[in-house]
Design a protein around this ligand. Structure first.
Ligand SMILES: [Zn+2]
Ligand SMILES: [Zn+2]
Length: 357
């Protein structure tokens, strides 16, 4: 996959590009929009809708290079968002407040703990605040890894047709039958045999792809995800095959953080003497309450969630399978091979097939 300007220009000049291809920088007309082929080198990122189908209508840039997958994701993918030039992917922006709640519950009590408790704890035993600091760093790292890792998104039909060689890679990596119709036409009926359906293969009418057993379509992200567990708005991402281990580690480290903070607050309270002595320093009492109450709530929630996922890991089930009761196959979820990301966010988009509405 070449990303250079030369590569983009040479591709855009190939005679195999079908009629309807636009010259670079030229605004497309309505008739050219409805053609069977779209030249992504000439088209850009702002979108219009023609007869209900999103299309790209503005020049991407003046370099003439082919756009990358993350730059045209709105047209070939779901509602996930990219950052760091396609190196990180996270969930939809509707999860913002849930995600903010998670970060606040982790950072605010931890900051107050280090301000109000750590000097006293350090004088008793330096290991107490050091262990809390390690647990805090681990929690932040695993939260970022869970939030910013591709959970195992299965590229939609449009993307498979747009990136050369992607379809072959998916068939080889996931073991699904290849896209059924040639020439970009979508099949009118699900192209699955009874045997394939009994094995757990399903047709996704949104992504227009066959998904393997245990994969499921996330309504929040609007993508199919391999070994889909659930969509977690608190980490702003799906939990699936490629980030389930990070999510489990996040739960474990958050539990350790909550426990060590709770112990530290308890020791600090006990050092203040009897109840009447506590009221001599109301500010410190308030701060300890602001640390202790959110920490206790977070700890209870994390313990319940960690217990549930320990059960899932031991039984080889996913959250969705347990909640829906629809089980086709079982298998490891925690130590399952992650596999490479299939969305190739930084790869150049080649030729994309669109259809007349
Ligand atoms: Zn889907
Ligand atoms: Zn999702």
């Amino acid at each position: 996959m070449e990303d250079s300007r030369e590569s983009g220009e040479s591709r855009s000049s190939q005679s195999s590009w079908a009629a309807g291809v636009l010259p670079a920088g030229e605004a497309p007309t309505a008739s050219s929009m409805s053609s069977m082929s779209t030249n992504w080198a000439a088209l850009g990122t702002s979108r219009e809708t023609l007869a209900g189908r999103a299309i790209i209508t503005q020049p991407l840039n003046h370099s003439g290079r082919l756009p990358r997958v993350y730059e045209v994701w709105d047209n070939v993918g779901g509602r996930n968002r990219f950052c760091c030039c396609g190196r990180c992917i996270t969930g939809p922006d509707i999860d913002f407040w849930y995600n903010l709640c998670t970060w606040s519950l982790i950072l605010i009590p931890s900051a107050l703990y280090f301000w109000a408790c750590s000097p006293h704890l350090w004088s008793l035993n330096p290991l107490l605040p050091i262990v809390t600091g390690i647990a805090l760093i681990a929690t932040i790292v695993f939260l970022l890894l869970t939030s910013c890792t591709d959970p195992g998104i299965l590229p939609r039909r449009e993307l498979r047709l747009a990136v050369p060689g992607l379809e072959e890679e998916i068939v080889s990596a996931v073991g699904v039958p290849p896209l059924p119709a040639e020439g970009g036409a979508e099949p009118e009926v699900p192209p699955l045999s009874d045997l394939q359906q009994s094995q757990g293969y399903r047709w996704c009418s949104t992504c227009k792809i066959i998904r393997p057993p245990r994969a499921s379509h996330c309504g929040d992200c609007d993508n199919c995800v391999l070994t889909f567990d659930h969509h977690c708005p608190f980490v702003n991402n799906c939990i699936g095959q490629r980030n389930y281990a990070f999510f489990s580690a996040f739960l474990f480290s958050t539990g350790c953080l909550g426990f060590s903070v709770a112990v530290g607050v308890g020791i600090r309270y006990s050092s203040m003497g009897s109840l009447p002595d506590l009221w001599r320093n109301p500010v410190l009492c308030l701060v300890l309450g602001l640390i202790g109450i959110p920490t206790a709530l977070m700890l209870l929630g994390v313990i319940a969630l960690a217990s549930f996922h320990s059960f899932l890991i031991c039984t080889g089930r996913t959250t969705k399978e347990v909640l829906t009761g629809r089980i086709t196959v079982a298998g490891r979820t925690l130590l399952h091979e992650r596999g490479a990301s299939l969305i190739h966010a930084r790869s150049s988009v080649g030729q994309m097939q669109t259809q007349e509405p």
